[in-house]
Design a protein around this ligand. Structure first.
Ligand code: HEM
Length: 469
C-alpha cells in the first residue's frame, strides 16, 4: 500500500503533464469571438475593421483569431507568422479567394480552381517587367486624349478627376482601343455602375446577391456590357498591326480550356482588379505631393529638366525619361505604403504552428499590409510621407523594401503591379507637366471601413487646375 500510493501519484502526474503538453501543443491563438453565435465579433469588427485589428494586436500580441460571420480569421503580425503566410506549403491563395470570386463575378469554384494557374502565368508574363514598358506609348497617348477633355482650367473633386482619366485609359489599353464608351450618356452609366460595383465589392464578396439589389444591378450591367463587346474585343487582334491586347491573351487561354461562356465574367474581374486600387493610389500620390510643397517643387524641377519648360510642348514619355524621374516613383510607392490594403488572405489546408500556437486547418490566415507598414522596426517614422526612404530599395532590380506588402509577396503577388506603377507615374507626370495644380481642401483622412484593397479617402478633396502656358 505504501508503495502503490506514490506510484499512483507519479502516474497521475505523468498523465497530467502529457495532457498539459498536448493541450499546449494544440492550443489555438487567443480569440476575439463576441458572444452572438455565428455573428461572433462581426458587428464590432464591421464598424471599423482596421482599428479592431490593431486593438486586438495590442490586447493579445502578435497572433490572434477573430471569429466573425461564421469565419475564423487568424491574423499574423510579426516575422514568424509573416514567413508562414508567405512561404508555408499549408497555405493556399486560391481557396481563400474562390468564394469572393464566385460571389462577385459568378465564376464557379471548380472553373476558378482549374483555370487559376494558367491565367496567372499569362498575366505575369504580359504585365511583367520585361514587357510592361511596351505600354508606355499607348498609356501616354490615351492620357493625352483624356487630358484634352479636361479643358484649360477648372475645379474638381480629385477622386473624380482621377477616375475620369484612368477608367477610359485602362479600358482602352488593356481591353481594346475605343472600348470605353465615348457617348456621354453611356460613359456616365459606366462611371456610375462601376462605382456602385466597386464600393459594394466587399459586401458583395460575402453576401448573397439578392440582398444587395443596387450592387447586383450594376454587376449585371457591367457583365452585359462585356458580353456584348466580347466578339469585338476578341476580333481586334486579327486587325493588321494590332498586337494582341492583355485581355485578348487572357480570353484566348480561357477559350483553349473550353470555358468561353465565362469570358465576360473573367473580363469583369480583370476590369475591377485593374481599376479599383490604381485610382485611390493616384489620388493619394497627387494629394501627398501637393501637400508637401518642397517635394512638389523638386518634382517640377525634375520634370522640366527631362521634358523642358512644363506645359510648352506635347510630350512623349519613354522608359528612359521615367528612369530619370525617380522621385515620382518613390512618391507613388510611399503613397501605396501609407494607404496599403487592409488585409490579404490565405486558407490553411493543414494545421500550422506559429509562436507556440497551433492554427487549425480551415482558418483564414490574414496579414495586414496596412499595419505591417506601420511597424517602426521596418519603417522608421511610419506615419510620415517620406519618399526618400525608397532610396534603399533596389528598384533597378525590381525589388521593393523589405516588409512592403501592398502588392502581396511571394508566388501570389499582384501580377498587375508593374503596369499599375507605370500608369500612375505617367498620369502624375502629365498632370503636373500640363497643369498648375493646388488642393482647395485639407488632405482627407482615410475611410475607416476599407479592409479589401487600398484605403479610400473619406469625403471630398477638391483640386484646382490651370493649364500652363
Ligand atoms: C496600385 C495598384 C494595385 C495594388 C495596390 C494591387 C494590390 C494587389 C494585392 C494586394 C493583391 C493580392 C495579392 C496577395 O494576396 O498576395 C492583388 C492581386 C491581383 N491584382 Fe493587383 N493591385 C494593383 C493594381 C493591379 C492592376 C493594375 C491589375 C491589372 C492590370 C491588377 C491585377 C491583379 C490580379 C489579377 C490579382 C489576382 C491575382 C491572382 O489571382 O493570383 N492589380 N493586387
Amino acid at each position: 500500500m505504501e508503495l502503490i500510493y506514490p506510484a499512483v501519484i507519479i502516474i497521475l502526474g505523468c498523465v497530467a503533464l502529457l495532457l498539459f503538453l498536448q493541450w499546449k501543443n494544440l492550443r489555438g491563438p487567443p480569440c476575439e469571438g463576441g458572444w452572438i453565435p455565428w455573428f461572433g465579433a462581426g458587428f464590432e469588427f464591421g464598424k471599423a475593421p482596421l482599428e479592431f485589428i490593431e486593438k486586438a494586436r495590442i490586447k493579445h500580441g502578435p497572433i490572434f483569431t477573430v471569429f466573425a460571420m461564421g469565419n475564423r480569421m487568424t491574423f499574423v503580425t510579426e516575422e514568424e507568422g509573416v514567413n508562414v503566410f508567405l512561404k508555408a506549403k499549408e497555405v493556399d491563395f486560391k481557396l481563400a479567394v474562390q468564394n469572393p470570386v464566385y460571389h462577385t463575378a459568378s465564376i464557379p469554384k471548380n472553373v476558378f480552381l482549374t483555370m487559376h494557374e494558367k491565367l496567372y502565368t499569362v498575366m505575369k508574363e504580359k504585365l511583367g517587367t520585361s514587357n510592361v514598358y511596351q505600354f508606355t506609348g499607348q498609356l501616354t497617348e490615351e492620357l493625352h486624349e483624356q487630358l484634352e477633355n479636361l479643358g484649360t482650367h477648372g475645379t474638381m473633386d480629385l477622386s473624380n478627376l482621377v477616375r475620369h482619366l484612368l477608367y477610359p485609359v485602362t479600358v482602352n489599353v488593356l481591353f481594346k482601343k475605343g472600348l470605353f464608351p465615348t457617348n456621354t450618356k453611356k460613359s456616365r452609366e459606366f462611371y456610375q455602375h462601376f462605382q456602385v460595383y466597386d464600393e459594394g465589392f466587399e459586401y458583395g464578396s460575402q453576401m448573397p446577391e439578392c440582398l444587395l439589389r443596387n450592387w447586383s444591378k450594376s454587376k449585371k450591367w457591367l457583365l452585359a456590357l462585356l458580353e456584348k463587346n466580347m466578339p469585338e474585343i476578341k476580333a481586334y487582334r486579327s486587325a493588321k498591326d494590332n498586337p494582341m491586347t492583355f485581355v485578348q491573351a487572357m480570353m484566348d487561354t480561357i477559350e483553349m480550356e473550353k470555358n468561353e461562356q465565362k469570358q465576360p465574367n473573367y473580363a469583369l474581374l480583370i476590369l475591377w482588379a485593374s481599376l479599383t486600387n490604381a485610382v485611390p493610389v493616384t489620388f493619394w500620390t497627387i494629394a501627398f505631393i501637393l501637400s508637401h510643397p518642397s517635394i512638389y517643387t523638386t518634382i517640377m524641377k525634375d520634370i522640366s529638366s527631362v521634358f523642358g519648360t512644363a506645359g510648352k510642348d506635347k510630350i512623349k514619355v519613354s522608359e528612359e525619361n521615367l528612369k530619370k524621374l525617380l522621385l515620382i516613383k518613390w512618391c507613388v510607392l510611399e503613397s501605396v505604403r501609407l494607404r496599403a490594403p487592409g488585409v490579404i488572405a490565405r486558407k490553411l489546408i493543414k494545421p500550422v504552428k506559429i509562436l507556440n500556437y497551433t492554427v487549425p486547418s480551415g482558418d483564414l490566415l490574414m496579414l495586414s499590409p496596412f499595419w505591417l507598414h506601420r511597424n517602426p522596426k521596418h519603417f522608421p517614422e511610419p506615419e510620415l510621407f517620406k519618399p526618400e526612404r525608397w532610396k534603399k530599395a533596389d528598384l533597378e532590380k525590381h525589388a521593393f523594401l523589405d516588409y512592403f506588402m501592398a502588392f502581396g509577396r511571394g508566388k501570389n503577388q499582384c501580377p498587375g503591379r508593374w503596369f499599375a506603377l507605370l500608369k500612375i507615374q505617367i498620369c502624375v507626370i502629365l498632370i503636373f507637366y500640363y497643369y498648375d495644380c493646388s488642393l482647395l481642401d485639407p488632405l482627407p483622412k482615410q475611410s475607416p471601413l476599407h479592409l479589401v484593397g487600398v484605403q479610400q479617402p473619406e469625403g471630398q478633396c477638391r483640386i484646382e487646375f490651370k493649364r500652363r502656358k
